[in-house]
Design a protein around this ligand. Structure first.
Ligand code: BJW
Length: 225
């Protein structure tokens, strides 16, 4: 039975109203990466970083999954083999659409993490600067997301899935951030058929055997059917 591994990025949630990072008007045109998505930025100005994620947490909680999220949940339910969804996204739209076992390699907006002891808890809608850790008491609560220079989560499991993939699909991701951008090489080396579904060719487009260009709400349901 064939195993499908799917990598998703910000583009799959764009039509749910959540901004991408690198498109025109995207988050990285409004904020500097080094200010809001690095541990050094957090140490310098925790208020700015908490505010950046508080606003996104509220927006993400209000967002609804779109036809692309729903198509992947359907594929997971109906495919005779295994469908593993690995997302770089910190929203919960795959789960809201009914997908299960989603691997959040860059963490989740719904999570809080103690920068001192590593304890995790459910983030309140608005995290405060100096949010106290419920385990060790340190005033070191931060969003449980993966910033530049930090190790993405669940990498061992992800590489195991990639090594077993018969089909690998990347959806709505620019291919500019590693290690996710290199997953296509891992999967291809393991013999998987590779497919890119994106609005435009990504940075690593040439590495895919096949590509379908267009908005996720159109190309993903078409590909799944
Ligand atoms: C649509 C659409 C529609 C629009 N329909 N499509 C080589 C190897 C390993 C690491 C490195 C390396 N070289 C450099 C590094 C270091 C660094 C890195 O990648 N730097 C690059 C800038 C070069 N990487 C790291 O630091 C990572 N950690 C690490 O490498 O640890 C060591 C390690 C080594 C080896 C193996 C394993 C580990 C950590 C990266 C953390 C990234 N964090 C962020 C923030 C997360 C929290 C948050 O959300 O705020 O993750 S940054 C941001 O970028 C976020 C995203 O998940 C990530 C990817 O962005 P994504 O999803 O691709 O979005 P966009 O906006 O870039 O693209 C959207 C795409 O959608 C576009 O193509 C549009 O066309 C398309 N689109 N509308 C379909 N409607």
């Amino acid at each position: 039975m064939e195993k499908i591994v799917i990598l998703t990025g910000a583009g799959i949630s764009a039509e749910s109203g959540l901004g991408t990072f690198r498109d025109a008007g995207g988050l990285w045109t409004q904020y500097r990466i080094e200010d809001v998505a690095t541990p050094e930025g957090f140490a310098r100005n925790p208020a700015l970083v908490q505010e950046f994620y508080n606003v996104r947490r509220v927006k993400a909680a209000q967002a609804e999954p779109n036809a692309a999220h729903r198509a992947l949940a359907r594929l997971q339910r109906d495919w005779p083999g295994e469908v593993v969804i690995v997302t770089q996204n910190v929203d919960a739209l795959h789960e809201k659409a009914g997908a299960s076992g989603v691997i959040h390699m860059h963490g989740e907006l719904a999570g809080a993490l103690c920068a001192v002891c590593g304890h995790r808890w459910r983030a309140p809608e608005e995290m405060a600067v100096g949010e106290p850790c419920p385990s060790c008491g340190a005033a070191a609560g931060r969003p449980d997301v993966v910033w530049f220079g930090e190790m993405p989560y669940h990498m061992d499991r992800i590489y195991r899935h990639l090594a077993e993939a018969d089909i690998f699909a990347a959806i709505g991701t620019s291919g500019q951030v590693y290690p996710a951008a290199a997953f296509v090489h891992e999967a291809a080396a393991a013999g998987a058929h590779t497919v890119e579904l994106n609005l435009e060719p990504s940075e690593v487009s040439a590495a895919f055997a096949e590509r379908f260009l267009g908005p996720a709400t159109q190309v993903v349901p078409d590909w799944v059917e």
